[in-house]
Design a protein around this ligand. Structure first.
Ligand code: ADP
Ligand code: MG
Ligand code: ZN
Length: 500
């Protein structure tokens, strides 16, 4: 389908109400796999981290990873879920070469955590509650590499390679209830939800949740219903979307695509779809199986999981400060209004500011530079604030030079520019560019005398007591010294010379 023929987003929203469902898979950072002792270390030679159990050889038996269960419970608690008193694993049966057991060990109607919610904050500060259906434990599949075709997909490939190192790595799948009521903001809610979830997972320390490394992946389910209608439309499921921005784009594209199909009098088929980074479009994958196609049944080789209430309460009490609470605390500590805090959040500046403060800068100064110069540059270059080629320690050093009176703001800006341009540490840029503030009285004195001589009318006014006119002379001094004068010292000298 060509992008040009799509109904516009605004037109789609004028007739339809989007309903979304997000399924997020998180690879846990446990040392060993979910049902065997094989290492989960990334980057090893293919098929060196396997054993009879994760290869599904006859007679092998799984043993559950206790840290995996504990992590699942902690995620469930952080998502305000109920924790099952008793639950089981189930076999989800299907054949695929990357899954040598011919079934995935998963959970079906008895997830370990269910009925929760996660509050997410949108760009304008509004809080949207996303309800969680369940969080369940399962295992990852191996990895296929299709060689020889143009697309890297199996179609058109000459042969395929299989690496089972990933087979059996613990996954937690977190599934939302249908998200309704977001209207035109559905794509923004999707992005905000995955962002918040990623932060939560990292705060819990259960996974690095790097989307670019596949440690966190999101399936975006989306359907449209005519405005005012109760019944949901048929959904599409865009699989394995692997960046925050892509989650938003995929949702947006599907809104437009569904609206286009419906406007033509067509019907949406329930299918999986692939997302394409290049143009933000999706294309058809496979027709969606129904749950009964998988012939789920309780896993006979694993004992049920019955976490004691004491253990669950211990885990709850030991949860770290969660991201929303932490943000509230920082806002209070920094004395920021909701609007200023929102600006910090939208810029991705919380961690850079904290690290700059840890390196010795006052919070308001740290915030000023990260939200000013550096955020502007990140914006212009379309990069993350934290990825700018300047470290929090370097920003802290610039703040210290300003506090010591060795730089004024204008010079500090040039120092930051120099660091970003690869000219070295702040002190090296100061030396290299000759940027130190001119505050010794002899050098400054000459500039002051010149400014007075060049502006006799202004000087006369000041002599007559109109002290506020001094700004014009300070300006002249700053200009003459190319911004390097210590403005406060220049002002004192001028007033002294003019006897005011
Ligand atoms: P499956 O395994 O078939 O993908 P799940 O129940 O695991 O099914 O996930 C489906 C997701 O889609 C859930 O988040 C659910 O809330 C959501 N969902 C269900 N029906 C619809 C619909 N009609 N439109 C949008 N989302 C839906
Ligand atoms: Mg699904
Ligand atoms: Zn193994």
């Amino acid at each position: 389908m060509s992008v040009i023929s799509l109904v516009s987003y605004e037109d789609a929203l004028a007739s339809y109400d989007p309903v979304m469902g997000l399924e997020v898979h998180v690879e846990l950072g446990t040392r060993t796999k979910m049902f065997c002792g094989c290492s989960t270390e990334l980057g090893a030679e293919p098929n060196t981290q396997t054993c009879p159990t994760c290869l599904g050889l006859p007679g092998s038996l799984p043993v559950v990873n206790a840290v995996g269960v504990e992590s699942a419970i902690r995620i469930g608690l952080a998502l305000n879920c109920e924790i099952a008193e008793w639950c089981r694993f189930a076999r989800k049966n299907y054949f695929y070469p990357d899954m040598p057991k011919n079934f995935q060990t998963s959970q079906y109607d008895e997830p370990i955590a269910f009925n929760g919610y996660l509050d997410v904050q949108l760009e304008d500060g509004e809080v949207f509650r996303v309800e969680i259906e369940r969080a369940h434990m399962e295992e990852d599949t191996g990895k296929s590499t299709h060689v020889g075709g143009a697309t890297g997909r199996i179609h058109g490939a000459e042969y395929s390679l299989l690496d089972y190192n990933r087979a059996g790595i613990p996954l937690i799948e977190i599934v939302t209830k249908p998200i309704v009521g977001a209207g035109a903001r559905a794509p923004e809610v999707a992005k905000a939800y995955v962002t918040e979830l990623r932060e939560l997972i990292r705060t819990l320390g259960v996974s690095e949740a790097r989307m670019d490394k596949g440690q966190m992946r999101c399936d975006v389910n989306l359907s449209l219903r005519p405005i005012g209608r109760e019944k949901f439309g048929t959904r599409s499921e865009t699989k394995n979307v692997n960046s925050l921005r892509s989650v938003e784009r995929a949702a947006r594209f599907e809104v437009q695509r569904h609206a286009t199909v419906l406007a033509d009098g067509g019907t949406i088929v329930q299918e999986t779809r692939h997302f394409h980074e290049e143009d933000g479009s999706t294309t058809s994958g496979r027709i969606k199986e129904e749950a009964e196609d998988y012939r789920y049944f309780p896993e006979p080789d694993l004992v049920p999981i019955a976490p004691s209430r004491e253990w669950v309460e211990e885990l709850r009490a030991a949860l770290p400060e969660l991201p929303r609470v932490r943000r509230g605390r920082l806002q209070a500590e920094w004395g920021l209004s909701d609007k200023d805090m929102q600006a910090v959040l939208n810029a991705g500046a919380v961690e850079p500011i904290l690290e700059t403060v840890a390196a010795g800068a006052p919070a308001d100064q740290a915030r000023k530079w990260w939200l000013g110069e550096l955020a502007r540059r990140a914006n212009e270059t379309g990069t993350e604030l934290a990825d700018q080629p300047i470290t929090p320690a370097q920003v802290a050093r610039v703040c210290a030079l300003v506090a010591e009176g060795k730089l004024n703001d204008k010079l500090a800006r040039q120092v930051i520019e120099g660091v970003l341009a690869g000219e070295g540490e702040p002190d090296e840029v100061v030396a290299g560019r000759g940027l130190a503030v001119v505050s010794d009285d002899s050098a400054l004195g000459a500039a002051v005398d010149q400014a007075i001589a060049d502006n006799p009318d202004v000087a006369a006014k000041i002599r007559d007591g109109k002290v506020q006119a001094v700004g014009a002379l300070v300006g002249a001094v700053m200009k003459a010294t190319r911004g390097q004068a210590d403005a406060a010292r220049a002002k004192d000298l001028i007033l002294e010379r003019l006897g005011a």
